[in-house]
Design a binder for this molecule. Sequence first.
Ligand code: SF4
Length: 460
Amino acid sequence: MTKTTVLGMPSVRTPPTRSGLSYHIRTFGCQMNEHDSERISGLLAADGMVPIETPDQADVIVLNTCTIRENADNKLYGYLGSLRALKNRNPGLKILVGGCSAQKDGNLVMERAPWVDVVFGTHNVHRVVDLIDQADEWGPVTEIWEETSAAEDFPSYLPTQRQTAHSAWVTIAIGCDNSCTFCIVPAVRGREISRRVGDVVGEVRALAAEGVTEVTLLGQNVNSYGRDLELNGRRPVFADLLRQVGSVEGIRRVRYTSPHPKDFREDVAVAMAETAAVCEQLHLPLQSGSDRILAAMHRGYNSERFLRRLGMARDIVPSLSVSTDIIVGFPGETEKDFAATLSVVAEARFDQAFTFQFSPRSGTVAADMDGRLPKELVQERFDRLVELQTAISLERNQAMVGSVQEVLVEGPSKKDPTMTTARTRGNKPVHAAGNFVPGTYLDFEITGASPHHLRGKVTS
Ligand code: SF4
């Protein structure tokens, strides 16, 4: 059975109907998916279920999928293959597939993995409990989203089970109105819908009342926030939202991701500088340093404009820490194009770069472009880029040695539980000896640096 639905409110049962059953969620992809998984977790917990760490004993397994890269699909179907034996052993097990691959592939998921019980789309998260009911009663069900328009229906208040008590993601917009030729997001997440300012601020206040001190505002392009909203004859803009969220009592850190370089303007940088809680951190995705490739990607800026905006942000926000995304091997990329990327990276001096090798996604314009590069050539360019950026990251981190940084404690280090991992306002991980309470703010002196993290010791 395939059904299309629109955004709506969750079905939370009173009393819960699945008390004592367990669920396991595996999340692939970005923070948007991580946050959706928190909502799925919240809905299942509200129905009486308890989360477990591994899938083996679970009554319900949810895969929240990503389709940004080609190997994401391979990972999904590989993982689904491994769940088949569990389903054979326990026919009552419910396997759910949600997220972007589910939205993109719909019924194809069940054709390839007929042991799946529920496939649900990117805007159908709120229906997860009902869909399990349907699968119980009627058998496998696919429900994907096709069209939406109403900001009134934004799923603002789904129950959420957060991964940490002190930090939370807050969605401010879903979907994207851009058309980057390599990106599947507009096809699977739809047009941009901004959430009303009052709803965002209301959620942040509620989070602060629960003890959250750090929020990260999420949107595909936060700088176009509010274009579809009108309030008292004027449209809210992201800079205003930042100021309002930053002034919520109890909130000490505000982050956001991601801005789009073509829309990133001075008002946002000024709001960052003038709002104490907004962290000195910016993720500004470059994607390529070649103007020719940027045009082929439909990014809406050239390298000079990118660097100008980055310079503006650094002038206005002292100590800004900047990260970026870069794709290597876009169709038709020449050595000259790649050299332009290296040149912009050398000039921009990012603190961190997330580097990717181009992989075609079916359904995107770039997937049908001529000029695909041999894998070895892409790998060789990728290695050169990583080498350059690693040296710059190390240099940027070394410049912090000797400084004192406010850090927020995350918890024991994953590699060494005798160490603590904390994070600076610039979003850099710092490891220090000893154990400190997660969620506390401390001052660390930075005593050492490597390309991807800092070392420190407590001073307060
Ligand atoms: S801005 Fe471009 S890369 Fe980002 S989500 Fe929209 S289409 Fe994709």
